[in-house]
Design a binder for this molecule. Sequence first.
Ligand code: NAD
Length: 483
Amino acid sequence: MAQAQASTGSPLRSDFSLLIDGESVTGTEHLDVVNPATGEVFARCPAASRADLDSAVSAARRAFPTWSARSFEDRTLFVKRMADILRANAASLGELLTLEQGKPVGQSRDEIGRAATQSEGLTQIRIETETITDDAERRVEVRYVPLGVAGIITPWNAPINLAAGPLVSALYTGNTVVLKPSPYTPLSTLKIGELIRDVFPRGVINVLAGGDALGQWMTEHPGIDKIAFTGSVATGKKVMASAAGTLKRVTLELGGNDAAIVLDDVDPKVVAPKLFFAGFVNSGQVCMAIKRIYAHESIYDALCEALAAEAGRWKVGDGLDPTTKLGPIQNRMQYDKVVSLIEDTKRSGARMLAGGEVPKTAGYFVNPTLVTDVAENSRIVCEEQFGPIVPVLKFKDVEEVLKRANDTRYGLSGSVWSRDPERAAAIAARLEVGTAWVNQHRATAANIPFGGAKESGYGRVYAEMGLKSYMEPRVISVLKQPM
Ligand code: NAD
């Protein structure tokens, strides 16, 4: 049989399988996967059918009683083994992640390493039984029991890191899992499924690639007890509506439009590289990227100059080139959206501080773009750009800038920058967000709850709060009176 070929003439990579009930399954349907640096299909992987989902859910349900009966300590050992496997395979997984996602290969390896560290960090958190009353008459306690089968749905911007948090939270708390990556970036997740296939008991983890329909089947499935969804606000709303049919528990980690407020007392040259990094790393395709910079009028010009100088230091290119600092936009649809935002912003008469041009290549590259002189109600200020274009806006006083920063349905995170951290903290506490940072942005850890206010999400991941969202509180109320 002739081997399938990419349009470059080289053979398509096709060494991928689904993981169902401890078996590697090749399936009958497939997905083509594009390398965003070339715009070419470079790999093909199996896509799960509805029957494959039913098999995975049945396997997860069968595995649940034994897995949930294990102790936290025991389950920690499994997670530790998984973290070791991630680290041991960081080079090959990192390269695969770059091929499908586009980010610079060093950042891909970092993502795998971070997934391992976060996984181990989650298993340091203890979930204890709470005693409400224990006296001569009665004992009332709250125990936390696992929900059952967790369905995990992830996006394409950081597939491994965003899978690891919910995956380990579910497993450590005694649930079994069906995990579905984005159809744009299924490969590294499938590969991890293959690598850990023989580490976990059959059926505890099932990994299914597939399109958006597979995600919807998961949200409707009566055999799934919880959906952990990370993705856009629009899809998050569909997930919540669909999960209502079976009253599944849901955690929604959605989009953001994070504001960074830069006060009058900063040194622009010191903050500019930090702001730039938080706005542009992964080509701005980060839920908690800085998406609007509000700079005080007294430092505005100096900050603009320092940011523009920083933009010149970030080389755009293929993520496999070790000198690349910004890779392509991950997919054609998102690329078209970012290009249309740039065109719209230019038409509005905005001034381009840096970038603004889109190289003519087959890959989905966009130069880092900083814009000023934009109206507060323009698309680039109001929408989540999810790409390498950030507006820099001027403000006069703190009350005014807080109003502007909070004037959005998004509420993921935000930051305030100052020479005086406590002054900044008082302002940060008034941001209507899930996380408000001072003199930093994107600082998360396994022991700190993370999630969105307003339409940026529902519930929290990480920390005790996040782990408990995979558990049901069960009250045991004992009247100590013999009958
Ligand atoms: P998306 O909503 O298009 O897709 C996310 C996942 O949902 C994919 O796996 C997709 O196949 C699946 N899906 C699509 N339709 C579905 C449906 N009807 N039911 C169930 N599943 C369905 O998001 P995306 O474009 O892949 O990701 C980008 C978005 O994700 C951005 O808005 C970004 O801010 C957000 N995001 C949020 C966080 C966070 O932690 N808050 C982290 C990363 C990304």
